[in-house]
Design a binder for this molecule. Structure first.
Ligand code: MV4
Length: 497
């Protein structure tokens, strides 16, 4: 299939990332933008940009006819979905192909199989991949659920068959809670996915989240690019990821990557994908789900392998062979990513939308920045408030960590509240420095985080700046702080009365 022009059906940093890969491959690019994203960096990163509707995502980035209409109108011949929005919609993949366009992703049927947890568990279990013990049937009533839960042994998890990302999921400690948890999970799954089917799994206690990156082409080549440790999450949102996983022995890595390849091969996986596992304290791992898209955290894998995963997606979609095999994948060193969000970690991670008055991005040896915002722009309230990702490569974990901390100290955002100081505190935590992460890490170590510096005074200054045209004085200097404020890091941006 001849691909010349790619429509990027996304926004923010991933749309910028995909546009760069296209440009490098000699492909023309078409961005789409909602009314909230006029002039946004992702729209400027493409050769041309098409409006697709009002700010709410359902009317723009999730609007299949609008996105396909833009592709047609711009003469695009392929669609890259990025992550989120329509990336894991089998219906969208089918609509793209029905419009005569190349889908830059896995086959629609594979997306559908992996999107149904019961179907995914059945498929990978048949291929010999360990899955969490569970009752792999749709729960019909509370009495049946009680019988099955008793067989599994409490605690159990009620999970949505259509789920992912923790929606429609409930932990049940014992039978008295079961009926209510079932009803709640069903209700949540029905409203989130239009599919209320739920089933039961045994709870894996304090697991790590470890995932394996795979790449398959349409010619029978399937490779893995190693694993990523993504345990540092809050409300099912990752904030720090690293590779390699500090907890894996060579033996465990060999077993887990083999399992990932078996899972991908059994469904005929093509394109980039990620097989997620839970790893328990005893070194046992279980298939959790497969993400049939490029992932937010793909840069750390690119840093250690030197392989451009998005470029590979483009080649594979065009029908080319991957061009390398497993023996050519030789990871080197260590990489860690921190996600910079416009949100307030001291207020339940509440999103902080609004204008970005000033922005300083880090640079230096081993530093990679994937950002989707610019000074003078705004963070719309309608979308995920990810500003960008800062990743560091180092010869070893300590070197990567030191570089990442240095890069975050160089970073400054004036305008929205960000999680920058929180990220620095996470990276400085002794348990993190020892590599002792698990999915309860933030709940355990940061139950009620507050910035070490005077956040309220800073907020007042930022608010004043936004309304007073930049003539604000501050007496913020003098004290030592655990985390840098923009006044300390912005240098020439410092304001005087
Ligand atoms: C689990 C689990 C423990 N045991 N399943 C959370 C999101 C969804 N993708 C699956 N999730 C979990 N499933 C069993 N049987 C713990 C989690 C979980 C989790 C998983 C990965 C990363 C972060 C997490 C945070 C809380 C719970």
């Amino acid at each position: 299939m001849n691909v010349r022009t790619v429509l990027i059906a996304n926004r923010g940093e991933i749309a910028v990332r995909v546009a760069r890969a296209c440009r490098e491959a000699g492909l023309a690019t078409v961005a789409v933008f909602s009314e909230a994203d006029r002039g946004a960096p992702h729209a400027l990163a493409a050769d041309r940009a098409m409006p697709i509707g009002p700010p709410p995502a359902v009317e723009s980035y999730l609007n299949v006819p609008a996105v396909i209409g833009a592709a047609r109108a711009a003469g695009a011949d392929a669609v890259h979905p990025g992550y989120g929005f329509l990336a894991e919609s089998a219906a969208f993949a089918r609509a793209v192909e029905a419009a005569g366009l190349v889908w830059i992703g896995p086959p629609a049927d594979v997306i559908a199989t992996m999107g149904d947890k019961l179907a995914a568990r059945a498929a990978v279990a048949r291929a010999g991949v360990p899955v969490v013990p569970g009752a792999d049937v749709v729960v019909q009533d509370a009495a049946e659920a009680a019988r099955r839960a008793a067989q599994l042994g409490y605690p159990v998890l009620v999970k949505a068959a259509a789920g992912g990302g923790g929606k429609g999921m409930r932990t049940v400690a014992g039978e008295p809670e079961l009926a209510d948890a079932l009803a709640a999970a069903r209700r949540e799954a029905e409203s989130a996915f239009g599919d209320g089917r739920v089933y039961l799994e045994k709870v894996v206690v304090r697991p790590r989240h470890v995932e394996v990156q795979v790449l398959g082409d349409g010619h029978g080549t399937l490779v893995h690019l190693g694993e990523r440790e993504c345990s540092v999450q809050r409300r099912h949102q990752k904030i720090v990821e690293e590779t390699p996983c500090p907890a894996l022995t060579p033996r465990l890595r060999a077993d887990m990557t083999a399992a990932a390849l078996a899972a991908a091969r059994t469904v005929g996986y093509v394109s980039a994908g990620t097989v997620e596992f839970l790893l328990d304290a005893d070194g046992r791992f279980y298939f959790l789900e497969m993400n049939t898209r490029i992932q937010v955290e793909h840069p750390i894998t690119e840093l250690v392998t030197g392989i451009d995963i998005v470029a590979a997606q483009l080649r594979i979609a065009a029908g080319s062979p991957l061009g390398f095999g497993q023996d050519d994948v030789r990871p080197r060193g260590h990489a860690i990513e921190a996600r910079l969000y416009a949100e307030d970690p001291a207020a339940g991670f509440f999103p902080s939308a609004g204008p970005i008055l000033a922005l300083r991005e880090p640079a230096g040896p081993g530093i990679r920045v994937d950002s989707g915002v610019a000074a003078g722009g705004t963070v719309p309230v309608e979308y995920d408030p990810l500003l960008g990702k800062i990743s560091a490569w180092g010869a070893d974990r300590t070197n990567a960590l030191d570089r990442l901390v240095g890069a975050l100290r160089e970073t400054a955002v004036l305008g929205p509240t960000t999680n920058l100081a929180f990220l620095l505190d996470v990276l400085a935590h002794p348990a993190f420095r020892r590599g002792e992460t698990h999915t309860g890490f933030l709940t355990e170590h940061f139950p009620a985080w507050h910035p070490a510096d005077d956040g309220l005074a800073l907020a007042a200054i930022v608010a004043a700046l936004a309304t007073a045209g930049g003539t604000v004085s501050t007496t913020a200097g003098g004290r030592t702080r655990a985390a840098p404020t923009p006044w300390e890091t912005l240098g020439a941006w410092r304001l005087r009365s």
